[in-house]
Design a protein around this ligand. Structure first.
Ligand code: TA6
Length: 297
């Protein structure tokens, strides 16, 4: 049973692309859009920003059994391919499940809070043998913050990976810098045999980039000279940061990603993956958050 505060103006619940259910927010502070499918935030734009913050592919699919391309997909309970089952869906099942809308309420400083949840069932257990409840809270204000909590409802310790796989709009990836990961170690999906170390230079994009920075809870900043803005991503309880741009060939290889769209986005993902996977004892809960804000000019 969802509770929507009756007096929240600017909040609508309707059917969007692919006839999938969504919540739309048009407040004094920002506009946003969230699909119940995957509890997927597909749009966020503060009132004082000329451009959306979250990137969406024009080729994205909106189907109940497919992930949405862009916005903030929730990767859980594994990241990337499933280690012991290559046939399992990449990035887990959370992004292709319909989440339950729990509540829409007023938050602090004019923000609007939207809460969702999913629980384990026969279908999830066929893929991942764990009893769990996941709760997702989205706060839409001058900043966007997203909080993923996982509760272990079983009798045994569970181990999982998680990522808030955020796609950000940039003017041109080739002129974009990402700061905040100086000195951090990273795993490179394109060179899997070794661990690398980021030097004291910002990350720049000159080819396909697919790195998982580990043991870092650092805030990252996207410096975008083309749109003349900086997007910061502050994390809580996240020890991995994934940095991704598919570049030319990978963009062409993905059916739900436009061939020429790669210069307009970068992914900076708030995660606990690989060596930073979460080990959660029975009865306990783990939360991870990302707070996204924009500074223009
Ligand atoms: O986060 C980076 C990554 O793991 C890349 O390896 C790339 O595959 C990307 O995610 C997109 O994955 P998807 O399953 O959504 O096509």
């Amino acid at each position: 049973m969802s509770t929507i505060d009756r007096d929240i103006s600017g909040v609508t619940r309707d059917r969007g692309e692919g006839n999938l259910e969504r919540i739309r927010i048009q407040s004094d502070l920002a506009s946003a859009e969230i699909y119940l499918h995957g509890a997927h935030v597909t749009h966020f734009q503060p009132r004082d920003s000329a451009h959306p913050v979250l990137w969406m592919s024009k080729s994205s699919v909106f189907k109940s059994d497919k992930p949405i391309r862009g916005g903030i997909p929730i990767c859980f309970p594994w990241f990337g391919p499933k280690a012991d089952d290559p046939k399992a869906p990449a990035h887990g099942f959370a992004r292709t499940r319909d989440w339950t809308l729990e509540s829409v309420q007023h938050g602090e400083s004019g923000a609007i809070l939207i809460a969702f949840n999913i629980k384990s069932d026969e279908a999830t257990k066929r893929l991942w043998d764990a009893d769990f409840a996941a709760h997702y809270l989205v706060s839409v204000g001058s900043e966007l913050s997203v909080h993923l909590s996982v509760q272990n409802l079983g009798l045994n310790l569970i181990r999982f990976e998680e990522a808030l796989h955020s796609y950000f709009v940039v003017g041109n990836a080739q002129q974009t810098e990402v700061r905040g990961l100086d000195g951090a170690s990273y795993l490179d999906r394109l060179r899997p045999a070794a661990t690398f170390k980021q030097d004291d230079q910002p990350i720049r994009f000159a080819a396909e980039t697919d790195r998982t920075y580990i043991n870092t809870d650092a805030m990252t900043t996207i410096i975008d000279p083309v749109l003349d803005r900086r997007i910061t991503n502050r994390k809580v309880n996240s020890n991995s940061t994934v940095v991704w741009n598919p570049w030319i060939a990978k963009a062409k290889a993905m059916a739900d990603f436009g061939d020429d769209e790669w210069p307009g986005m970068v992914c900076i993902e708030t995660a606990n993956a690989g060596p930073n996977a979460v080990e959660l004892p029975a009865g306990q809960q783990h939360s991870m958050s990302a707070v996204i804000s924009v500074e223009n000019g």
